[in-house]
Design a protein around this ligand. Sequence first.
Ligand code: SAH
Ligand code: SF4
Ligand code: F3S
Length: 464
Amino acid sequence: MNKELEQASFSQGGSEKSDVLHNLADYKFYIENHGCQMNVYDSRKIVDLMIDFGFTQTFNSQEADILIFYTCNIREKAAQRVFSNIGFLKNQNTKVIAVGGCVAQAEKENIFKHKGVNIAFGPQVYHKLPSYVSSVLSGQKDKILDIEFEQDKKFGCLHDRREVSYSEFVTIQEGCDNFCTYCVVPYTRGREYSRPALDIINETKTLLKNGAKEIILLGQNVNSYHGEAPYINIGKPKGTWRLERLIQEISSLDGLRRLRYTTSHPKDFTTELMEIHADTPVLPPFAHIPAQAGSDRILKMMNRGHTAREYLDKLKKFRDICPNIHFSSDFIVGFPSETDEDFEDTLKLVREAKYTISYSFKYSRRKGTPAAVMDSQVSEAVKTERLKILQETLLKDQIYYNNQLVGQTNEVLFEKVGRKPKQYIGKNAYSQSVIVESDKNLIGEFANVFIEKASENSTLGRLA
Ligand code: SAH
Ligand code: SF4
Ligand code: F3S
């Protein structure tokens, strides 16, 4: 490695302030975030760490001294966006450019080929970013690369949120040991790490005390959570808690109105978790359980660890245990060697599964993953065609479910304003968008809505 890129050695926690920079508050930072919900959690934490260290946040990139890009590497498009944005946002005030997250982890020192980048930091070391920024500002270093995996240290350095929103994420598990052959996550986020249950409970309690109403537990493979149990039975080791136990504990905390968790892997979805859904009012009757494909041959090549039938049987069992449950899923079309027959199997699975909502993607060839070097890569044209057919099929179910909602009263948590004046948009228990008109600002509020109309992607209603 280039000598200049040697990792800077700071004590953890980003708490060592620079001797050279006296007025840190004069330096404004701007953060741009891409990627999954875990990146939202991370970037909220980065903002707090930077402010705690003494820097000032700005929402205007043009006046920022420090530009932070927190990135996603899951598909090629997501990764490319970072570099066009750096060029776009850089200006005469820019003194430090830091690229963090999954692209930094994957690209390593190659990040510095992009002019002006000073710091490349992986998703497991962002607690050290404030120190790194200050050492670039003070001229001690010009290039810093840190892509260590130190999940336990990172979580140990994070403090309570400065400003709590009505809906907050709590990362409970990070990294992935599943190694699906198309996916970068095991390489960018590292091996699976589960936070101790007590840390999660304490973080959640503080968020609820400070105004959060909805908590979303996050993990790349959230239902394989196995964190240290909080209690010591004298003479016995602490043991571990599974997601099921953690949900039971958190669901009874004061102030919690809605609890979600994502993302689940089908093979780790237990009958006990289904039963907890049936018995836990704060858990909406909704589960995101990605299938990815419907052909057993492709599922095997993807290393998903289950067949289409095993997947569908789980959904059926879940519906038996919890009759009002709704599902969503992710799909990849055009995985290497996928034939028309394989794709037909995906459509068959979709027709049987009946999803309320789903996300589908064209397979993207990711450097360093086993699938990237598989024979028979599928052409772009075929991927485009299959994606269109799949999305039309998924949309039919989505419209069907939205229409089913008409005449029902749903509890909605409002998140943003709509396009028209006085419009507010929120999510019902099934993560479907619901739009209402109101004179009162509804953002961050739960309200019951009588659903009057349904369209493809949302429903319209009036406050009940
Ligand atoms: N841990 C989650 C998914 C994380 S990535 C899980 O296992 O379900 C989110 C979604 O991105 C995946 O479900 C998959 O559908 C999609 N994805 C991941 N890698 C991809 C790739 N190389 N090309 C296209 N889509 C991909
Ligand atoms: Fe990626 Fe598979 Fe892990 Fe999900 S389970 S993060 S798709 S490797
Ligand atoms: Fe993207 Fe990394 Fe999340 S690759 S999807 S930001 S785990």
